[in-house]
Write a protein of this length. Structure first.
Length: 123
């Protein structure tokens, strides 16, 4: 509203209400206007809080999904290793100790011999 419109409203109110009751009406109108402004501010604040809560809920969901993925990626190798160990413990022996030692001796015999310089370099 412009100043001219407020002046017209004030003049009409003065004529309708009269000069004796004008201060009381102005005080009441001011109080009602103040209450209306506070009510509107409270509604805006509540709407803003609800929007933030919705955004926080979305963020919480995203964080939970991320932590679940991270937890699974950390625990999965351990679970796989435990399963492999459990499978290895359940496997029956494939042969006797004599067969194993014979296979080991054969593997050692078939290895190429290293020259003496290779032994010196490793010290």
């Amino acid at each position: 509203m412009s100043f001219g419109e407020l002046l017209v409203i004030g003049a009409v109110t003065l004529i309708v209400v009269g000069p004796e009751r004008m201060p009381k009406v102005a005080r009441t109108a001011g109080m009602l206007l103040g209450r209306l402004q506070r009510f509107i501010a409270n509604v805006k604040s509540e709407i803003h809080q609800e929007m933030q809560m919705g955004e926080l809920a979305k963020l919480e969901t995203q964080l939970r999904e991320g932590t679940d993925d991270l937890r699974n990626s950390i625990h999965q190798p351990f679970a796989d290793a435990a399963a492999m160990l459990a499978e290895g413990a359940q496997m029956p022996p494939t042969g006797s100790d004599e067969d194993s030692s014979a296979a080991l001796e054969h593997a050692i015999e078939t290895l190429p011999a290293l020259p003496n310089s290779a032994y010196r370099d490793r010290r």
